[in-house]
Design a protein around this ligand. Structure first.
Ligand SMILES: Cc1ncc(COP(=O)(O)O)c(C=O)c1O
Length: 495
């Protein structure tokens, strides 16, 4: 059941056109000079070729890079036992650093759209917008931080190449950013990494090495590679340049939704959350920033309570992008200062959120990318404490089609839209059609029927019928079960 106030009034001023499309004559969002102009996608002359754009971006990167001041590679950060970073006071991310990142990223990163979500607005009673980082280059927000980090490396350090460890989005972000800047990249991925992510990382130009069963093992190998070859390790979240790059999502939101009251952010190591929180703290301090973690892999609530990063007690969630055992030290200090609330969401909420994005917004997101939407759907109004308008970040859309198929089934089932049951009937002519007749009267449609005579629990004159039914929601599902029980059937519901 929805935990939001059903009677809450809907916003009366519903913008017809998203703010991100509202630009001045030069194609710029008024008052926000750090964005590249919005041009007509049909205007070939206004769009330089991607090669030219990347060359220009690389020149821009060289121009903006202010070594040695931003030479974070040599600023005292060092790899420790658990691959976190040791800090020397240069790890505070301020507005200047974020604006420099925005200038650097402007020509190369997509300014992703924000789209209104009527269904979430109705549910929460606030205007809700989705920030579509699932439509970002490589399918997630990750290239923002990766490009900013790599572009800030001094030229001699760049020559040594970069190395990363990841099962997915960071791998693609680093591979894309390194290739864009003409730098060699090596990415260590666990042996079980999904084939589409592996293929994409290779296609973006990285040398991929598959090592170990987990990201942690891949990270060990990446650290060893960095120490042996002199390549620079690009950490997925624990570095000021990564945080500053991710912070540009916050700048875009402010430009696209100047009245925004709450921003909800999927959170793993905390780079995205910290960046957005710092940007908004400087430019719009009244905006409420909420982090969201998967309840089954939530290191942040205990860490914030303890006042230091604390390892998560469990790590089993479908949202692999936000399943991070230990919050980053750089994100931690910013999140502890600027983020009052960390929410957690269950697995059912994640799959229902993914389904909602797919079905209602026509947007493909991965489970981690749907966490903010899951929080809006499953957390109570007091916990959320929303101030409108609300912006939920869809942080990524890289999902293996096979997993997507399974998750759609999971989401439909947890939304009461799928009902899988087993019914034992006697093995006589007409009994199966009798059962289907009762089902037919309920209005549920039959997706699948399997009829089995084999099973130690079945008497010789019994058969088991497995039915998969499509129902209209939880109430209809309960009606179907009650109708079958009234007709004398003993039904086992499959989870
Ligand atoms: C889709 C997606 N969302 C959110 C996150 C969390 O980002 P961070 O580790 O910066 O908190 C990740 C990290 O990989 C991700 O892939």
């Amino acid at each position: 059941m929805p935990a939001w106030p059903a009677s809450a009034p809907l916003p009366t001023t519903w913008p017809k056109q998203p703010e991100f499309l509202r630009t001045d004559a030069a194609g710029l969002v008024p008052g926000h000079s750090w964005f590249s102009p919005v041009r007509s996608p049909n205007s070939a002359r206004s769009r330089p070729s991607s090669a030219r754009r990347l060359r220009a971006a690389a020149r821009n990167a060289d121009r903006i890079r202010a070594a040695p001041a931003t030479d974070t590679a040599r600023s005292g950060f060092s790899v420790l036992g658990e691959h976190c970073w040791q800090h020397d006071g240069m790890d505070v991310v301020g507005l200047e650093r974020i604006e420099a990142a925005a200038e650097l990223l402007g020509p190369v990163i997509r300014r992703t759209p924000v789209v209104a979500s009527r269904v979430l607005s109705e549910r929460t009673g606030h205007e809700v917008w989705l920030k579509c980082e699932n439509l970002q280059r490589t399918g997630s927000f990750k290239p923002r931080g990766a490009y900013n980090r790599i572009a800030n490396l001094p030229l001699d350090v760049r020559a040594g190449g970069v190395v990363a460890a990841s099962a997915g989005n960071h791998a693609q972000g680093v591979a894309w950013a390194a290739s864009s800047l003409g730098i060699e990249s090596t990415v260590f991925m666990p042996v079980g990494a999904s084939l589409p992510k592996l293929a994409a990382t290779k296609a973006y130009g990285a040398r991929v090495r598959q090592v170990g069963d987990t990201v942690d093992e891949a990270l060990d190998a990446a650290v060893e590679f960095a120490q042996r070859t002199g390549a620079t390790l690009i950490h997925p979240f624990d570095h000021p340049d990564i945080v500053a790059g991710q912070a540009t999502v916050g700048l875009e939101i402010l430009a696209q939704l100047p009245r925004v009251g709450t921003v909800v952010v999927p959170t793993g190591g905390g780079g995205l959350l910290a960046g957005i929180a710092v940007a908004l703290h400087h430019l719009a301090p009244d905006v409420r920033v909420l982090g969201v973690q998967a309840a089954a892999a939530a290191a942040w609530p205990d860490s914030l309570a303890a006042g230091r990063p604390v390892r998560a007690a469990s790590m089993s969630t479908m949202a692999d992008g936000i399943a991070v055992g230990l919050p980053g030290a750089v994100p931690f200090r910013h999140v502890a200062e600027h983020v009052p609330t960390m929410l957690t969401v269950g697995e059912d909420a994640l799959s229902r959120a993914l389904l909602l994005c797919l079905e209602r917004a026509k947007l493909i997101v991965e489970p981690a990318g749907a966490a903010a939407v899951a929080a809006l759907m499953s957390c109570g109004p007091e916990e959320l404490g929303l101030r409108g308008p609300v912006c939920a970040i869809l942080s990524g859309g890289n999902i293996d089609p096979l997993l997507l198929t399974r998750l759609i089934g999971h989401g439909l089932s947890s939304a009461g839209r799928y009902l899988a049951v087993q019914v034992t009937i006697s093995d006589r002519p007409g009994r199966l059609s009798g059962l289907l007749g009762v089902v037919g009267k309920t209005g549920a449609s039959v997706v699948d029927v399997a009829h089995s005579r084999i099973g130690a629990w079945l008497a010789l004159d019994e058969v088991e019928v497995s039915l998969t039914l499509e129902t209209r929601g939880p109430e209809h599902r309960d009606d179907v079960l009650a109708t079958l029980a009234d007709a004398g059937y003993v039904v086992r519901v499959q989870d």
